[in-house]
Design a protein around this ligand. Structure first.
Ligand code: FE2
Ligand code: FE2
Length: 400
């Protein structure tokens, strides 16, 4: 029988403690494969912000890329509502054609609370619990308790040895934010993805959203997940956090900024024909070109697929590539956040980032004129919408 291990967690961030547990589980020889499952909407964390699922997924996926027999799955991320372990086991089992034995992998400390879990008897009937005894754990007490539960529930609780790595996600997050000595606590690939995108720098954006809006953005992220590549999802989450920051600085509704930021590129990964079909339905012929069509196409998708009715959000998605004359504050925020989110590596973003803190028009002007001169250097014309936006800001500047 195929032996599948399951290791779940919030992975915010994925760190060396998770890695040690996973490696020890594989080394124990009890499992053939290991599925690592980042949590979707962790119900016990409703009141503290959890980073977007794509951040946690990418840190985990990249860290495990070279570890054979492991696979990171988005099963819980894509599941609406609360994920119970029992549901996850059943979903995993349904994925395999052959008979499987499921092994749930945890640190041994969970054994003390196991009986308080959701339907422990049903859970223990469906799987074997594979618990890590780490240095400092009370092995005797755990073994005794395991024997008692095995008898009581006719369960299979087994133990394996793992190294003790004392790490707290909360502490690592705090050290990342403070820029203090954190890289040794996370696997190299996770450290790289954290540094490249400056994860946690904008955690304040999530903290600013109320619980309900945080839930709504989580739901939106889940909705766009199947439509985008991981790279595009990461960029979209980065744009969302930057847009919330700018919205807060400029008195714009934070949820509108979050939703528009997440959605702005939702049509970016469509096949050409489908992209053009959606874009054509927006009725804006000036944007029916390959590189620009995902704006209007995205606005149509946002309305029809993701049920967004807020016109301001839809317009921000529609015009995010070119800008236009008469942009709302939200449109400017999305246009800018797309160009200056913290994962962007173009040089000379600092003046735009600085200007955007206090003066959206000034930041737009710097950004639009840079695009204009880039296009001129490559012998391409600027889009008329962008030229309109530039001349509108210049005229406004003259008047002042
Ligand atoms: Fe875009
Ligand atoms: Fe974008």
């Amino acid at each position: 029988m195929l032996k599948i291990g399951i290791c779940g967690g919030t992975f915010d961030p994925f760190h060396n403690g998770h890695m040690a547990l996973i490696s020890a589980a594989l080394d124990s020889g009890r499992i053939d494969r290991l599925l690592v499952i980042p949590a979707g909407d962790p119900p016990h964390k409703q009141h503290e912000p959890v980073m977007p699922a794509i951040y946690r997924y990418e840190m985990t996926r990249k860290s495990l890329r070279d570890i054979p027999s492991t696979r990171v799955v988005d099963l819980e991320i894509l599941k609406e509502g609360r994920s119970y372990t029992l549901d996850t086991i059943r979903m995993v089992r349904a994925e395999y054609q052959e008979p499987t034995e499921i092994y749930l992998i945890y640190g041994s400390d969970i054994i003390y609370d196991l009986e308080k879990w959701h339907e422990p008897e049903a859970l223990l009937a469906e799987c074997t619990m594979l618990l890590a005894i780490r240095g400092g754990d009370d092995e005797k007490r755990v073994s005794k308790l395991a024997a008692r539960l095995n008898k009581k529930f006719n369960a299979k609780i087994e133990l394996f040895k793992a190294p003790k790595i004392e790490l707290s996600s909360t502490e690592i997050r705090e050290r990342i934010i403070a820029g203090k000595n954190w890289k040794k606590s996370v696997p190299g690939p996770a450290a790289a993805v954290i540094s490249d995108n400056k994860f946690y720098t904008l955690i304040s954006s999530l903290e600013m959203l109320n619980v309900e809006d945080r839930g709504k953005t989580g739901k939106l992220e889940r909705s766009i997940w199947p439509w985008l590549t991981h790279k595009r999802l990461l960029h979209s989450a980065n744009v969302m956090l930057y847009a919330i920051k700018l919205a807060n600085e400029h008195g714009v509704d934070l949820y509108q900024a979050a939703a528009a930021g997440l959605l702005h590129d939702c049509a970016k990964c469509l096949q050409h024909d489908q992209l053009m079909d959606y874009a054509a339905r927006a009725g804006d012929e000036q944007l029916l070109q390959e590189e620009l069509a995902h704006g209007p196409a995205g606005a149509v998708m946002a309305k029809e697929i993701f049920c967004i009715t807020d016109q301001e959000i839809l317009q921000s998605v529609h015009y995010h590539t070119t800008g236009r004359a008469g942009m709302t504050k939200l449109e400017k925020i999305i246009f800018l956040a797309d160009k200056i989110e913290l994962g962007r590596t173009y040089h000379d973003l600092d003046p735009i980032r600085e200007a955007a803190e206090t003066d959206l028009d000034q930041a737009m002007l710097i950004c639009l004129t840079e695009v204009e001169s880039f296009l001129r250097r490559s012998n391409r014309p600027s889009h008329p919408y962008s030229l309109d936006a530039i001349s509108e800001i210049r005229q406004k500047n003259k008047k002042e």
